[in-house]
Design a protein. Structure first.
Length: 256
């Protein structure tokens, strides 16, 4: 349920998301359980959803190639680890490879929902192999999001599930890209702007929309799980916002 909720929230943020549905599964008349079928994030998905006639590079954790190749991906990672992005020309060059706004939105979502076994695993990145194709990250396997035991934690300095070193210290792809972009104050300012878009008013991650999306799923699953817990619309909605916003402020990514 939390995986589907996170994907729907990502779609509300304006991203392409592989949102699913919920169904009781019967095979030859035998009940097999309640499932959340969802499309696989691969080249065929991106081509169909975006009406693309180009080929696609699709990368999974560990820089594993699902479709296409890793040439452009390795170029991005090498650039992130070796170039000085405080130089505006270098920042602009990297922004030509990765959709920076989409990356910020993705980070805000994963950090806010506190997906506890991310980002060393559980992500997909893809780009159209055209002259205008840019890398974007997509939600995948967020069943450890919204956990009550991690309500007060943020993955800047620690990944809760695996006790990793967080975005500021972990040696993994998303962290490398994040730390590279943070060398430039333009990224910090844009992060602040995107927080204010998504977490306030009618934003995708604001309390009203988050509660509406949760209740939508709760209703869809009510016959299978009639007594679903309400932590997300309870403690999470009450306590998570100040925890997240204070952490972002301490990191220089948010100004009240």
């Amino acid at each position: 349920m939390k995986d589907e909720l996170t994907r729907r929230l990502h779609a509300d943020m304006g991203a392409l998301a592989t949102t699913g549905n919920n169904a009781h599964l019967f095979i030859n008349g035998e009940y097999k359980g309640f499932y959340n079928p969802v499309a696989r994030l691969d080249e065929s998905f991106f081509k169909e959803q975006l009406a693309s006639n180009e080929s696609w590079d699709v990368i999974t954790p560990g820089s594993t190639v699902r479709d296409g190749d890793d040439i452009a991906w390795n170029t991005l990672l090498t650039f992130a680890q070796t170039e000085d992005l405080s130089v505006q020309a270098k920042y602009d060059e990297m922004a030509a490879m990765i959709d920076v706004d989409a990356f910020i939105d993705y980070l805000i979502l994963e950090l806010f929902t506190n997906n506890a076994d991310w980002p060393n695993i559980n992500w997909i990145s893809a780009r159209e192999t055209s002259s205008i194709g840019k890398w974007r990250f997509y939600v995948w396997d967020s069943e450890f999001a919204f956990r009550p035991t991690y309500l007060n934690r943020i993955a800047f300095d620690e990944y809760p599930q695996n006790r990793g070193a967080g975005l500021n210290g972990e040696e993994t792809e998303i962290a490398w890209i994040y730390r590279a972009l943070r060398q430039n104050s333009q990224f910090d300012a844009r992060f602040d702007q995107r927080i204010k878009v998504h977490l306030f008013g009618a934003g995708a991650l604001a309390p009203t929309n988050l509660a509406a999306r949760f209740n939508e799923l709760k209703d869809e699953m009510s016959l299978a799980i009639p007594a679903m817990g309400t932590h997300i619309t309870g403690d999470f909605l009450t306590y998570r916002y100040p925890v997240f916003l204070i952490a972002c402020q301490e990191q220089g990514l948010y100004t009240p």
